[in-house]
Design a protein around this ligand. Structure first.
Ligand SMILES: [Zn+2]
Ligand SMILES: [Zn+2]
Length: 246
């Protein structure tokens, strides 16, 4: 057996995002129409996601606390009307899945796919991943799109985004407070008291803002914080594996 190619890894990641989306999209539909499930209705057959393994309860609680305490809420004001937020996400994901299904068929020179529900279309795309492998542009496009939609779904369901602890000390406040947010390809310092030297940086003026380093600054950050650049880059990789292990 030879090692998997980059295409195969991308396709595998895409498959995991599709599985996540298949599991979570029905939950989103339920959010929109809770009235359809009267107390007398038979229990729904959607299985609860398996208990998260790999991360301890304490770690998950810490991640959540990090978000709540430090204002790292992933999207918009929390007072936004939930239903609107949910219906927007449903529409966005539904449109995205239709477009993706059609784009994949077009690129593989297959006839235009017939109309179908989101889940069926996603399964169709999943079934074509093998054929798409070898076409790097296509596999990456599939992966990027299903990841974007899975993230949208997770956010609309109000789930916290993953936070990964990074070694080393913050160059500004000297705390062991560096965290990666893979969903945003960012590293930030979660110490609320941390201020950098840049007078214009939001960390000085906005109490909810945490100083963040974007990708171009990671090498320098690793050098100044004593973090391992490989570990730091790995912690920010936005793969579905991280979601599955949550
Ligand atoms: Zn700091
Ligand atoms: Zn700053």
């Amino acid at each position: 057996m030879s090692a998997p190619t980059d295409d195969q890894k991308t396709a595998r990641d895409a498959m995991l995002w599709i599985e996540l989306l298949l599991r979570q999209f029905p939950e989103l539909l339920d959010e929109l129409a809770p009235a359809h499930h009267s107390p007398s209705a038979p229990p729904r057959d959607t299985p609860k996601p398996p208990a998260p393994a790999g991360r301890t309860h304490a770690e998950r609680a810490e991640a959540l606390r990090t978000e709540q305490l430090h204002g790292l809420t992933p999207s918009g004001p929390s007072t936004a009307p939930l239903r609107l937020h949910v219906s927007d996400a449903i529409r966005d994901i539904t449109d995205g899945v239709v477009e993706l299904d059609e784009a994949v068929h077009d690129r593989l020179r297959l006839p235009r796919p017939r109309r179908a529900q989101v889940a069926e279309r996603l399964l169709r795309v999943a079934a074509l991943l093998d054929r798409a492998t070898g076409d790097t542009l296509l596999t990456e496009h599939i992966r990027d799109e299903v990841r974007r939609m899975a993230r949208r779904c997770t956010r609309a369901l109000g789930a916290a985004e993953p936070v990964v602890r990074i070694g080393g000390r913050c160059p500004w406040c000297d705390s062991v407070s560096l965290r990666a947010l893979p969903a945003r390809r960012a590293v930030l310092c979660v110490n609320p008291a941390c201020r950098c030297a840049d007078r214009d940086c939001d960390c000085r003026t906005d109490p909810a803002h945490r100083h963040a380093w974007s990708e171009g600054e990671w090498a320098r950050l690793a050098a100044e914080s004593g973090a391992d650049l490989t570990e730091l880059t790995g912690a920010t990789a936005d793969t579905a594996d991280r979601e599955v292990r949550r």
